[in-house]
Design a protein. Structure first.
Length: 216
């Protein structure tokens, strides 16, 4: 498959400054998250799974919540799903280090159940703050639960894929959660199609928006 990498170009000194400042802001927010007891998940967590990656990423990848392996390691998308995500990102021309990866909830719901409304309400301000710091050009949302949570709808995954949806000033694309690809490997082609749509969009609209922002 043709590579369609659109990672960080060579950073100019102004961008290096912005990247350093984003790292600092994210570190401050992480410290705040580690102390968070705003919902009941704080009582059962081993680790706050804050998020990681490029603090100045063009693409942010968002899942719903940490699972058991993430709770144990403190890192998002580890274990089998994470390994497959890395592989699929590579097939699409990305490496994990150039992206910013996190979840909507920072603490693991017991038994990997879906996030509850009050947990989402408590945790979404943290996600928004993270995104305001990183300021990605595109957000890739992984899975129906994460997309329903972010868009506050009950649409099927099929109804949310294949387009760019605005949310709180960000442009978002939706695709399958890597766990779904583990269960159904035939979905890999559709996953790559979704990433192609995202990069095509960024290659036209996103880069123009970026250029306009840099002019201002
Ligand atoms: S899930 Fe979010 S709101 Fe709840 S305790 Fe963890 S960091 Fe705080």
């Amino acid at each position: 498959m043709q590579s369609f990498l659109f990672g960080q170009e060579q950073l100019c000194s102004h961008e290096e400054e912005k990247s350093a400042s984003s790292s600092k802001e994210l570190a401050r927010l992480f410290e705040k998250a580690k102390e968070c007891h705003n919902c009941t998940l704080a009582a059962s967590r081993q680790n706050v799974v804050f998020g990681e990656g490029n603090p100045f990423a063009n693409v942010a990848v968002i899942g719903e919540a940490p699972g058991a392996e993430e709770d144990a390691s403190g890192r998002p998308f580890t274990g089998k799903s994470g390994q497959l995500l890395d592989k699929m990102l590579k097939a699409a021309g990305f490496c994990r280090q150039e992206l910013y990866i996190c979840n909507i909830l920072k603490c693991r719901p017991p038994g990997n159940r879906n996030p509850l409304k009050e947990e989402i309400r408590s945790c979404i301000p943290l996600l928004l703050e993270q995104l305001q710091i990183v300021r990605p050009k595109v957000i890739l949302i992984l899975g129906k639960v994460a997309a329903n949570t972010i868009f506050e709808n009950r649409l099927s995954l099929g109804a949310m894929r294949g387009k760019v949806t605005p949310w709180r000033g960000f442009d978002c694309c939706v695709t399958f959660h890597p766990a779904a690809l583990l269960r159904n490997p035939h979905l890999k082609k559709e996953w790559l199609d979704d990433l192609q749509l995202m990069t095509d969009y960024y290659g036209t609209v996103g880069r123009k928006k970026n250029a306009r922002e840099n002019e201002n």
